[in-house]
Ligand binder design. Structure first.
Ligand code: FNR
Length: 190
């Protein structure tokens, strides 16, 4: 069985993050072919190109983790109609030093949840623009804007609503198929 290693980034650093609950649900619902692992950006300092000549250890570890995966899944909240600053900082680290962009040709997908009805749609569009510049082939469809209602997903990632669970299961199956399609055209170098 061909497997794909998927690293996922949770855009929120909050203890009670609803996006972390969503990420846990996606791990549970992903097809067996996907090996899911979180890539944390919590310990990264604020990026400056002064670091480019000598990345600090947390940034080196972050880049190494991205190099070891086949695809990246962003599970992010919307903060002020964009992505949280911590996530943007992590992407900036990943994109540098110049010529060593970790996202180039790395397939990606974006998903997120918020209590609001548009379910992170604006943040996702913002993130898609950033990922386009970073030359990441993105899964265009299905899109997934998840409105979080209390109890929708338990702390350990069980989805309590059956139709939402099926939607998320299909989303992950589609991501698996998308990753396969990308690497059919561009063989893996990892
Ligand atoms: C928010 N929230 C929010 N929600 C939204 O749908 N659109 C938005 O632009 C914002 N903006 C925003 C800014 C800041 C600074 C905070 C703290 C929150 C509400 C947000 O969706 C809610 O707090 C979620 O719980 C955030 O997801 P996590 O961090 O719990 O995963």
């Amino acid at each position: 069985m061909t497997t794909h290693k998927v690293g996922y980034l949770v855009g929120s650093l909050a203890t009670g993050s609803i996006n972390r609950k969503l990420a846990k649900a996606l791990v549970r619902l992903a097809p067996d072919r996907l090996e899911m692992e979180e890539i944390s950006f919590r310990d990264l300092p604020l990026y400056s190109y002064d670091y480019d000549a000598d990345f600090p250890p947390p940034a080196q570890a972050f880049k190494a983790a991205l190099a070891a995966i086949d695809a990246v899944l962003f599970v992010t909240p919307e903060y002020n109609r964009s992505i949280p600053g911590g996530l943007k900082n992590a992407i900036d680290w990943a994109s540098r030093p110049y010529g060593m962009n970790s996202f180039t040709r790395k397939p990606s997908a974006v998903i997120g949840t918020s209590p609001g009805a548009i379910g992170t749609a604006v943040a996702q569009q913002s993130l898609r623009s950033v990922l386009s510049f970073c030359n990441s082939p993105q899964m265009n469809a299905p899109e997934a804007y998840i409105q979080f209602k209390p109890g929708l997903i338990t702390d350990d990632g069980e989805v309590t609503d059956q139709s939402t669970a099926e939607f998320l299961r299909n989303y992950m199956a589609e991501f698996d198929a998308f990753i396969t399609r990308v690497y059919t055209v561009i063989p893996k170098t990892r």
